[in-house]
Write a protein that binds this ligand. Sequence first.
Ligand SMILES: Cc1cc2nc3c(=O)[nH]c(=O)nc-3n(C[C@H](O)[C@H](O)[C@H](O)COP(=O)(O)OP(=O)(O)OC[C@H]3O[C@@H](n4cnc5c(N)ncnc54)[C@H](O)[C@@H]3O)c2cc1C
Length: 482
Amino acid sequence: MRGIVWFRRDLRLADQPALSAACYECDEVIPLFVFDDPLLRSREFGAACVNFMLGSLRELAASLADRGLTLEWRRGEPVEEVVRAAQEWKADVVYWNRDYEPRAVIRDRQVQQKLKQMGVIVRTFKDHVVFESQEIRGSTGEPLQRYSAYRARWWAQWHTTRPTAISTPTSLTASKQAAMPPSGPLPSADELGYESLSPWIEPGERQAWKRLRQFCEGPLHRYGTGRNIPGSDGSSQLSPHFRFGTISPRAAILAALQTLRQKRGDRSRPDVLIWIDELIWREFFQQVLAEFPHVISGPFRRGVSPPVREPGHERDRLFHAWCEGRTGYPIVDAGMRQLKQTGWMHNRVRMIVASFLVKDLRIDWQSGERYFMAHLLDADVAANNGNWQWCASTGTDSMQGSRIFNPTLQSKKFDPEGLYIRRYVPELASVPTANIHEPHLMSLGEQEDARCRIGIDYPAPIVDHHQAREEYLRLSKQETVR
Ligand SMILES: Cc1cc2nc3c(=O)[nH]c(=O)nc-3n(C[C@H](O)[C@H](O)[C@H](O)COP(=O)(O)OP(=O)(O)OC[C@H]3O[C@@H](n4cnc5c(N)ncnc54)[C@H](O)[C@@H]3O)c2cc1C
């Protein structure tokens, strides 16, 4: 039997259900990747994300080649390309791991229908999450809309089912290679229409495991506090790996839990569980997207719309300042510049800049969501949309008003020495720690000493946070009354 394994968000060999099943069931296995031309042309994702994907694909191709197999690739409209490949290669079965994004669901349904008409079997698998949405339900079978309830059910399901990871199939060898002309070397980012760059987080399955091991040896056991300090290496930085499936969430969770059994015992148990909670948030937003696809085009809570300023020059000026990291709020500017320079941003800072855009600047959250998608290395529709809606108080677990971050207080609390700020806002590098969070309060003499003139080298705040907060709350009440 000849099987095609269609790789998508699962660019790895270990704990890869579709690949394992194909190796077990087929005499010949053809690994396939399709570059989705319409998606690439839409520019929804940016160069950071595309280069991470390409780097991971190159490693996947090399790992397969080490075992005597060739990664075939196509470029075009995925439904047509997969169906054509199955036809040309006379495949008996096509295997893939499921994707829950609404457009992927439609795509996969179309491929499945066409293959069925051709008499080709389709086998799909759970992979991208530990539990799919139908496995975690409320008491009457309804999808859960609050994280705390979802989390409780998730853990109950974990303890009941005890998920395991599967290793790289040993039968993955040259004997499975089908005789056919290879597709040739993978395209470069330039050939796909994107700038070529080295991703700030190294791509590929090997790097994912290396990073996970490093994280499990140290930062994981301080995660409860470390995760909030943007100037430190306190979080795993595995998000692009989860996004492209260079590591599976099952394997990562099992590795984290394993550290408790090995040496650390109960002391760091809370830290390990807090980290797993973040992966549960990831699954929660995947299920929100799968069960409530309307979130793609509007608020989760229908009818809720945060007050936004009128379109026009002032709105555009403020949005531009936010994108460029020139708001006069150092922590916001450091975050936005980190995003532009590296394609990544610390989670705490993502929350601060999102709150600032929506609540201080009163700009629609969808503009921020799109900007993040186009710049993030880990750009993921479910996580990005879910978190933007959380910050804008339009989503699940929403709290209007009370979730307005004070950027200065956040900065003082989580970057007290200004290490993170100085790294990404070099014009503030010589500003004393006492002034780093509010450089505009420096006297002219102090500005001279710090070689940072406010309004010239670094902007004064583009809005006054306290006034902006009052205005937002006043307008929100009007919105609610209406
Ligand atoms: C406005 C906004 C937009 C975001 N957009 C994205 C996005 O496009 N892609 C993305 O992967 N994450 C997104 N996040 C979530 C979070 O910021 C990143 O997952 C996290 O910063 C990645 O760093 P890490 O790998 O070191 O995470 P860790 O702290 O080590 O957490 C482990 C993993 O859990 C998951 N995770 C952690 N926090 C969250 C969260 N709040 N929601 C969902 N999953 C989470 C990630 O897969 C992460 O790799 C966004 C957060 C905000 C506030």
